[in-house]
Design a protein around this ligand. Structure first.
Ligand SMILES: [Zn+2]
Length: 376
């Protein structure tokens, strides 16, 4: 004989004052029973129990006896597991069905971006088995809503998320520059969102979908708004080119294809998030960095900002930040700096001449606020 299992839960019944009460649940071979603190006791045989999984959390187990108007419930997986131990075959079938339905509806809610990932993975699978070009092309077939969803998840999972500045001034200043650059890219599919984090590190990066994260350390140390614009134009280019998504495709392509075969969709989602962790997202390939520099320069020029500012910022960092550990700085994630300064300057010269116009930001004020944020 298998031992009875006890767990916390509750019961709905017209016989109870208020219609519900917390209860100690017991699951045994005889069925489910609930004992409230006031001494009410409810029993339900397995034949009487109709199972449901739901509630606000979607993780509440309900054992419903509709003819008698009694529902015994418990939050979390414990009731389901207890039933799995004691339930007779008929209820076990119900249990399996409920769990399968819950899994299905969970997947449905994530369908948009998972569907995108699936397309991606199938194509990566193809690429792995010989159709090489499909790997790059596959990302272009994924809707940008997938970039946005992944970016959002990645941002929510980041360590520094609690350091986001609540005061709007710095974000407004950075957003203004991003908007000016975005206007120079009129057919963009992305909506940019700026986050300023109070972290004393010279860094900025973009997540797939258009979240741009700028640290106060960078705002303090850039000499001008144009230098910040240089960094932003570069990061926006990573978004437009979907470099992060291409990294994901590369990193989880093979594993993803295998998981697809076994139908493990949640595994793919988890793996995608893993790849999106900050350390990995910053590890773009050198080709991607060159592309971002080149696009960034063009974007700056189109926006009427001198593209040499990007080179200036690299020079500024080389002088002052060269000794920092790689992981701690924008420079560290952007190798070959001397070479890139030369390339950026050369590209800047090749841009069609457009009139430059000053950036409407009080840069001294931005720096002061970034400095002060750290002491608030
Ligand atoms: Zn980059």
């Amino acid at each position: 004989m298998t031992e009875a299992i006890e767990l916390e839960g509750g019961v709905f019944s017209q016989d109870l004052p208020g219609g519900r009460a917390g209860a100690r649940l017991t699951v045994s071979e005889d069925g489910v029973s609930a004992q409230t603190a006031e001494g009410h006791r409810f029993r339900m045989s397995f034949d009487q129990c109709r199972l449901e999984l739901g509630g606000a959390s979607g993780r509440m187990w309900f054992c419903r006896d509709d003819p008698r108007g009694i529902t015994i419930f418990s939050e979390g997986p414990a009731l389901g597991s207890a039933l799995a131990v004691h339930a007779p075959p008929a209820l076990r079938t119900q249990l399996d069905e409920v769990e399968a339905r819950a899994r299905a509806s969970q997947s449905r809610s994530q369908l948009l971006w998972i569907a995108g990932l699936l397309v991606l993975m199938v194509l990566i699978g193809l690429a792995y088995f010989g159709v090489r070009r499909a790997a790059q092309a596959s990302v272009d077939l994924v809707p940008v809503s997938v970039d946005e969803k992944l970016g959002e998840l990645a941002f929510a999972n980041m360590d520094h998320v609690n350091s986001e500045l609540k005061t709007p001034e710095l974000r407004a200043a950075v957003s203004g520059i991003v908007a000016r650059l975005a206007k120079a890219q009129p057919n963009s599919k992305f909506t940019y969102k700026v986050h300023v984090l109070d972290v004393d590190v010279v860094n900025a990066y973009a997540l797939p979908g258009g979240d741009i994260i700028v640290y106060t350390g960078l705002l303090q140390r850039a000499d001008s708004a144009a230098q910040l614009a240089g960094v932003l134009a570069h990061e926006m280019a990573h978004v437009e080119r979907r470099h992060g998504m291409r990294r994901i495709a590369q990193s989880i392509g093979v594993i993803g294809a295998v998981q697809l075969v076994f139908g493990d969709v949640s595994g793919i989602a988890a793996a995608a998030l893993e790849v999106l962790s900050v350390s990995t997202i910053n590890a773009y390939s050198r080709d991607q960095e060159r592309e971002a520099d080149s696009d960034g320069v063009a974007k700056l020029a189109r926006a009427g900002i001198d593209p040499n500012a990007l080179a200036e910022f690299f020079e500024r960092l080389m002088k002052t930040e060269a000794s920092l550990p790689e992981s701690l700085s924008w420079l560290g994630t952007h190798p070959d700096t001397a070479q890139r300064i030369a390339t950026v300057r050369k590209l800047a010269q090749q841009q069609p001449r457009v009139k430059t116009a000053p950036i409407d930001v009080d840069w001294d004020d931005v720096r002061a606020r970034a400095q002060k944020a750290r002491h608030d």
